[in-house]
Each structure stands twice: as structure tokens, then as C-alpha cells.
Design a protein around this ligand. Structure first.
Ligand SMILES: [Zn+2]
Length: 230
């Protein structure tokens, strides 16, 4: 376990050893990493804490097509990545499939929040971040709750299901902390994905883990009530 390794490496730094808390899990209520030692090669890895985002490799969530996206989203933080219908949606990082919605039940009459995404999928990454993609036209075979995925694993195809019917096909992309099932108002996005998407698009490897942890701390709860576009 990374924890044990950290403790071994930092045996001399007693104060830091105390900050070595259990990892994984949901929410990440204690981000822990604070003062990094000023000497020694492992300092960088220590500072990243928990599920070592430095080890995570990121890739852009669309593959094999032209796409475009802009800074900003209506009502809450997320990014709509416009792309041709059928473009392949891939896991942006290794992790485990969380929630999968396999049928489109949305109707303009009921307009239920839980159904607006149409066909959708979320992956909880090894970095502790939940990645959500919605409005898909189809889901990849064998992608169910609990499926382990590598970065770049196809998850489905771009479409305009849910409340995206009638607008150009796009992938709604949201970043959040993991929650229990059905917490769609968190799952849809709590942190602006734009800086991370631009990094991955340009070959970078910027991790959203710290931003998502900070948002979770600010929220004060893993399931704060829906407050906008509910
Ligand atoms: Zn959207």
C-alpha cells in the first residue's frame, strides 16, 4: 500500500506519518496533504497524498473525431463537448465504472433531473474523482457497474439523448466527488472541467483531484441539496 510506503519513507518525519489516512473510499473528507518536506526526492509524491494523482494518466474523453468546447456551462460547472454523433467516448483515466443509465426516459413534460442525461455513464477514477458523461447515443458492451477500465477504454458514443434532444450532439462532461447512487445534482458536475480538458487535449496530464477535493470540503457534505436547475 502507498500508505505503508510513505510511512517507511518518512519515518523521520513523524508529523507527516500521522496524516497517512485510509485511501480510496468516497468523498475524501480529509485531503490531508499539506506541508511537503523540503528535502528528498519523494517530496512530490508525498505532497499529492491519497490516491497519488501523479500516477494517474489522463486522456481526452473523446477519440477519433473533431470536437469543440468552450469555457462555461449553463447553471453549474460542466463542459459540453460538441462532436459528431457516434464519436467514441473513452474513460479519461483508469478507474471503475460507477453508475450506468442504459435507457433514455427523459420527457420534456416531466423533465426530471435524474433523467436529463439520457444514456450516461460515470467512472470513479484512481485519482478519487468521478467522471460523468451523458447524452450518449449508445453504451459500449460490457460496461456495467464495477467494470474496471483503463484510460482510453471506450465507454460509448456521442449522441443527444435526454434533454439534449433537438440540439447538436455533444458529450456533457462533469467532474465531482463520488457519492451514493442517484445523486445526479452532484454527479452532473461541481468543478469546471475546462482547464483539465484543455490540458488533456494538448497532451498534458493535469489532474482535477485537488480541485474536486477542495470543492467537497467547501460543500461541507458529500450530498448537499440541489440548489440550481433542480
Ligand atoms: Zn451540459
Amino acid at each position: 500500500m502507498p500508505c505503508r510506503r510513505l510511512v517507511a519513507v518518512l519515518a523521520a518525519v513523524a508529523a507527516l506519518a500521522a496524516g497517512c489516512s485510509p485511501e480510496g473510499g468516497t468523498g475524501g473528507s480529509s485531503p490531508a496533504p499539506t506541508a511537503a518536506p523540503t528535502s528528498g526526492a519523494p517530496a512530490g509524491t508525498v505532497a499529492t497524498g491519497t490516491t497519488s494523482p501523479q500516477a494517474a494518466r489522463y486522456t481526452f474523453p473523446l477519440r477519433g473525431c473533431r470536437f469543440s468546447f468552450s469555457h462555461g456551462h449553463h447553471d453549474y460547472p460542466a463542459t459540453d463537448i460538441f462532436a459528431p454523433r457516434g464519436c467514441t467516448v473513452v474513460a479519461p483515466v483508469a478507474g471503475m465504472v460507477d453508475e450506468v443509465t442504459t435507457s433514455d426516459r427523459w420527457s420534456s413534460r416531466s423533465n426530471r433531473g435524474a433523467e436529463r442525461g439520457g444514456l450516461s455513464i460515470s467512472v470513479v477514477g484512481v485519482d478519487g474523482v468521478r467522471y460523468y458523461g451523458s447524452h450518449l447515443s449508445s453504451l459500449a458492451a460490457g460496461v456495467v457497474h464495477g467494470t474496471r477500465v483503463d484510460a482510453g477504454r471506450p465507454l460509448g458514443r456521442v449522441g443527444n439523448s435526454g434533454d439534449a434532444v433537438g440540439v447538436p450532439s455533444h458529450l456533457h462532461f462533469g467532474l465531482s466527488w463520488p457519492t451514493g447512487p442517484g445523486v445526479w445534482w452532484i454527479r452532473r458536475g461541481v468543478v469546471d472541467p475546462w482547464p483539465f480538458l484543455t490540458s488533456w487535449r494538448d497532451g498534458g496530464n493535469r489532474s482535477p483531484a485537488a480541485a474536486v477535493r477542495a470543492a467537497r470540503v467547501r460543500a461541507g457534505s458529500s450530498t448537499p441539496p440541489c440548489s440550481v436547475n433542480c
